[in-house]
Design a protein around this ligand. Sequence first.
Ligand code: NHW
Ligand code: EN5
Length: 388
Amino acid sequence: RHKFWETQPVGQFKDLGDTSLPEGPIEPPTPLTEVKQEPYNLPSLYEWITCDMDSEETCNEVYALLTNNYVEDDENMFRFNYSMGFLRWALRPPGFFKNWHIGVRVKSSKKLVAFITGVPARIRVRDTVVYMAEINFLCVHKKLRSKRLAPVMIKEVTRRVHLENMWQAAYTAGVVLPTPISTCQYWHRSLNPKKLIDVGFSRLGARMTMSRTIKLYKLPDSTATPGFRKMESHDVPAATRLLRNYLSQFLVAPDFDENDVEHWLLPRENVVDSYLVESPETHEITDFCSFYTLPSSILGNQNYTTLKAAYSYYNVSTKTPLLQLMNDALIVAKQNDYDVFNALDVMQNESFLKELKFGPGDGKLHYYLYNYRVNHVLRPSELGLVLL
Ligand code: NHW
Ligand code: EN5
C-alpha cells in the first residue's frame, strides 16, 4: 500500500495498538561519518539546488511554484497562497539552515519544479525535549506528479537533517500516511459571509436568508477586554513566560525560548499578529492570542481572486476567559479585513469554537512524527503544536 512509507522509521499501521513497543526513537542515530555524503539521484533531466530565501529572485520562483501548485481543497476551489513575506518568515527562524531549503530545477531551462523545506525546532514529547526538523512546503509541479519524485525529496531532506545530527521530524498533512499521532478538524468562523457564500467557501444555511446570515456573524466594532493591545518587542520576556507555562500542559508542544517567541510571535504585517492583555492596574501580561495570515487563491471565480484567512496560532488565557479573548481576536481580524478565521481543535480551542460560531470544515489535518513513536493516538486537545 505505501511502498515508500513502509521503508521509513515511522509508526506503521500494523503496529497500531501494540503497547509493547517503547515510546521514543524508532531507530538510533548513526555515526555522522555513515550518513550519505552525496545527494540522492534525481531523474537525469533534473538537478538539486539550495534555495537562498534572501535572494528576491529565488523567493519569487518559490512563491510562483507554490502559488500555482501547492495545497488545494478536495474540490479544487481554493489553493493556499503563502506570501513571500510569510515564506521568508517561515523559513528563517533562529538557527535555520539554508541547506534545508531544497529545490529541484529542470537542468535545461532552470525552471523550479519541486520544493521541500525543513526548519529546526525543539519539540517536547511528554517529558523529553527533542531537536527536530519541521518539514513543510513539499511541492511537486502539477505536470510532474505521480512519478515518485516526492520520496526522493523526502529522502534528500532527511539526509541533510541527519548531517546536522538531528534524527527526528514533525510534519502535518491533509492526507493519511503511516501513521498520525493525532488527527485534527479544521473549523471556520465567517467574518465576511456574503463573500464566502459568493465564492463557494460556505453555503447559505437551510431556512437562512443572506441578511439573516450577515446579522448572525456580525461582530462588535471594538474589542471588549480592557488592556487588549498588539504585542510589542518589550513584551517578549513576559509573553515567553506566559506561553511556556501554558504549553507545558500539552503532550506535544514546542519548547519556545525568548528568541523563538521574538521570531514566531512578534507581529509582522500580513504574516503574523499577536495581541495580549496588559492589566490596566498591575501592568501584568495576563493573556495572549495570535493568528497568522494565509490567503487562498480562489480558482475560477469571476468576481474575486483571493480569500483572506487568519489561522489561529497560539492562545493563552489566565485572567480573561478564552471565549472573550478569542472574540476580541475575531474583532481585530474583522477590522483588518479578513474574510474568515480558521482554527484547529487543538489545545483548548474546543472550548470556544461552537460558542463563537465556528463551523466544522471539510478538511482534516493529520500530525506526524518521523523516527519517534508515541504509544497512543493523541486527542487534538493534547496537542500544543501548530505548524504553518
Ligand atoms: S503537507 C502538503 C504537501 N503538499 C501538497 O499537498 C501540495 C500539492 N501536492 C503535491 O505537490 C505539508 C504532490 O502531490 C506531493 C506528492 C509533492 C505532495 N507528505 O512523487 P509521488 C508538508 O509539506 C507520498 C508525505 O509519486 P506526488 C509536509 C505518498 O504517500 N508523503 O507523489 C511534507 C507516496 O508514498 P507511498 C506524501 O503526488 C512531509 C509517495 O509520496 C505526501 O507526485 C514530508 C508518492 O510520491 C505528503 N503530503 O507528490 C515527509 N503526499 O509510500 C517528511 C504524498 O504511499 C518526513 N506522499 O507510496 C520527515 C523528513 C525529515 C526527517 C528528518 C530526520
Ligand atoms: C500543512 N501545514 O481542505 C498544510 N481546507 O476545512 C497542509 N474547507 O478550507 C494541510 N471543498 O470547509 C492541508 N468551508 C489540509 C487542508 C487543505 C485545504 C482544505 C478546508 C479545511 C477548507 C472550506 C472550503 C470548502 C470548499 C469545498 C470549508 C465551510 C465553511 C463553513 C463556514 C460556516 C460554518 C460551517 C463551515
